[in-house]
Design a protein around this ligand. Structure first.
Ligand code: ADP
Ligand code: MG
Length: 660
């Protein structure tokens, strides 16, 4: 094929612009990305060669070479992996195929500062080469194809790229970076080696660089302050040395791995710039043998809420990379976890479908789930600093323990802020671990705005005679906090948990009790404060209900299209009315959410509860505006819980008529 010029897909052009304009602060990541592509290409070759050994073409030692040429101002990363055909080069280097990357690009705001933060938590991949290069040429030949079927791809990183056919005897890919003038410091063996050991020690392939030696003639006075050498006096020797540890970190013994190494590996696989909150590394030898290295990130990715996207765990079989994002290895509600599982027992040609059915995978999934919950329990346990001893003067901890405690304090709070809502999905998804998950949940409450109250904390503070854990769900914290349904609880000093995550309503459906105490929504059913209500209050309520009977009948008739029932309540103090749903009915809030999501919600009508003590309610009796007041009462109750009257204009008209 003769030379051909093609345009980048619009998203690529956008990404390229961003890469070259906002990644100045962290230039060196380009090397990590290109080496990881070389490593992926070798993984792919190894994988395809399981079924077709001929692809090795008698060159079975997979490796990556990094070379540079100061005079030509080039830096080249070469691998002998799977390589690319012409069409693959056009497709893979000219378009963004992955939906995740597309989503990412669509999130970019154009504000460079915000965007460069976003991009930091995302791998920019191949295009990161343009941070240091003003031109990149890629030469490649796919394994199994003829030497004449090689391809050269060249681009200056603006709107388009060129491709042409070349002859390339050796299989695999060379990425040749034409370094920008301000990136010439990367044409240095020392610099490259230090970046490689920082980012790529875990790459299980050898990364080779040509050895250099000092030229004797360049030796000058040994007492010279530059160490007796003249700058630039190095020459290549033709010998190659391996410059990375070439050892999969998870296959090394725990005791030989430093916290820094663990954290650095996390950053590589997650593209996160921050350190993880926790990690766990174990070799498991049970019914099936595997190694797990799992991390809890400190920051949610932008697409966390996409349940489809799921899982951040890579699957290896005996150190051979099999697949990214293996959903079967962890339940969906733990999709924030990053890491690696390396199985000793699964077949190398395992497919996603096979994974779903494999017994070994089930055991791995259970084991990993337990470990992750264990890590979270640990974080939760150490979230608060231990309190100082009773006299408040002497510290109970040794300096070492204190430092450790300070390091761990606040981590769970941070975790929960980012991932709490996702964790709650587990109540509905993982029945076997429901109790462990419930213990990990935290909520705001009428006692504190901070999302910090556990069910256990709540239980410890329950009033004498209180028989349920009370909670309310609403669209947001303010709506929950100011809900009229809380009035009687506030008056009596009973704590109520405030829930305002979208998932709460759904998730709480699966949790009926905690540690023997039932959970009770304050917006469902009649309030039964049980022993918390004294006899005189009960009697007064009964009398009011009796006296109100005729009025209730009239209200019921006036609102028969809107309300299932109208009754007198003791749950209100300052508000005239509120809406509740029948004991087992779907809350109005959940019904609203379902409708917004385009789903059908059962048409259940709420119950209107009125406060017999309220002036407005008293005024109803004998009012000439009875019908209007009744509707206003209902619509206001709806407004108070964040809903909208069915006919807002009619509501406004009625209120205005009364105002005039
Ligand atoms: P990612 O690695 O996340 O897929 P990149 O932008 O790094 O994204 O690379 C895009 C694609 O280009 C890769 O998925 C792969 O198909 C192809 N590619 C890049 N580098 C190489 C290489 N050295 N050998 C073979 N294919 C490559
Ligand atoms: Mg890549």
């Amino acid at each position: 094929m003769s030379k051909q010029t093609l345009s980048f897909q619009a998203e690529v052009a956008q990404l390229l612009h961003l890469v070259t304009h906002s990644l100045y602060s962290n230039k060196e990541i380009f090397l990590r990305e290109l080496i990881s592509n070389g490593s992926d290409a070798c993984d792919k070759l190894r994988f395809e060669a399981i079924n077709d050994g001929g692809l090795y073409e008698a060159d079975t030692e997979l490796k990556i070479k990094v070379t540079f040429d100061k005079d030509a101002k080039t830096l080249t990363i070469t691998d002998n992996g799977i390589g690319m055909s012409t069409q693959e080069a056009i497709d893979h280097l000219g378009t963004i195929a992955k939906s995740g990357t597309k989503d990412f690009v669509s999130k970019l705001s154009g504000d460079q500062k915000a965007d460069s933060q976003l991009i930091g938590q995302f791998g920019v991949g191949f295009y990161s080469g343009f941070i240091v290069a003003d031109k990149i040429s890629v030469e490649s030949r796919r394994a199994g194809m003829k030497a004449e079927e090689g391809v050269r791809w060249i681009s200056g990183g603006a709107g388009d790229f060129e491709v042409e056919s070349i002859t390339r005897p050796e299989r695999g890919t060379s990425v040749i970076l034409h370094l920008r003038d301000d990136a010439m410091d990367y044409a240095s063996a020392w610099k490259l080696k230090s970046i490689i050991s920082k980012y790529s020690d875990h790459i299980s392939l050898p990364i080779l660089m040509e050895k250099e030696e000092w030229k004797d003639s360049e030796l000058i006075d040994p007492k010279d302050e530059k160490g007796g050498r003249q700058p630039g006096g190095m020459v290549k020797t033709g010998d190659w040395e391996t410059v990375n540890k070439a050892n999969a970190i998870w296959s090394r013994p725990k005791k030989d791995i430093s916290a820094d190494e663990y954290n650095e590996f996390y950053k590589q696989i997650s593209h996160d710039t921050e350190e993880p909150l926790a990690y766990t590394h174990n070799r498991v030898e049970g019914s099936t043998e595997y190694t797990q290295l799992l991390y809890i990130p400190g920051k949610a990715p932008f697409d966390l809420n996409n349940r489809e996207k799921s899982a951040g765990v890579k699957l290896y079989v005996k150190r051979v990379f099999i697949m990214d994002d293996a959903e079967a290895l962890l339940p969906t509600y733990l999709r924030f976890v990053k890491g690696v599982v390396d199985s000793a027992d699964l077949p190398l040609n395992v497919s996603r479908e096979l994974l779903q059915e494999s017994r070994d995978v089930k055991a791995i999934r259970e084991g990993c789930t337990k470990r992750v919950l264990g890590m979270l329990e640990d974080l939760a346990k150490h979230d608060k600093l231990p309190e100082a001893s009773a006299d408040g003067v002497t510290d109970v901890l040794s300096a070492e323990d204190k430092a450790e405690a300070e390091k761990n304090a606040g981590k769970y709070t941070k975790f929960y802020k980012e991932f709490g809502a996702v964790l709650k999905e587990g109540l509905g998804e993982d029945f076997g671990n429901k109790d462990r998950i419930a213990k990990l949940l935290r909520f705001a409450s009428t006692s504190t705005d901070a999302v910090s109250v556990s069910f256990a904390d709540y239980k410890a503070r329950m009033k004498e005679g209180q028989e349920a854990i009370y909670f309310i769900t609403a669209d947001n914290l303010a709506a929950a906090k100011h809900s009229p349904q809380l009035e009687v609880f506030k008056k009596k000093g009973i704590e109520v948990l405030l829930m305002s995550d979208r998932v709460d309503e759904w998730a709480l459906n699966y949790l009926y009790e905690f540690d023997g105490t039932p959970l009770q929504s304050v917006a469902k059913g009649a309030v039964d404060l049980g022993k918390l209500q004294d006899e005189t209050e009960k009697k007064a309520a009964e009398e009011a209900a009796e006296a109100f009977k005729p009025l209730l009948a009239k209200l019921k008739e006036a609102l028969k299209d809107k309300a299932e029932d109208v009754r007198v309540t003791t749950r209100l103090v300052d508000s005239p009315a509120c809406l509740v749903v029948q004991d087992h009915g779907m809350s109005t809030q959940l019904a609203r959410m379902l409708k917004q999501a385009g789903q059908t919600a059962p048409e259940t009508k709420p119950v209107l509860e009125v406060n017999a003590e309220h002036a407005l309610v008293k005024k109803l009796e004998g009012s000439v505006h009875f019908n209007d007041l009744a509707h206003i009462l209902f619509d206001q109750a709806l407004l108070a819980e964040g809903g909208l009257p069915d006919d807002p204009a009619a509501y406004v008209k009625r209120v205005n008529a009364l105002l005039v």
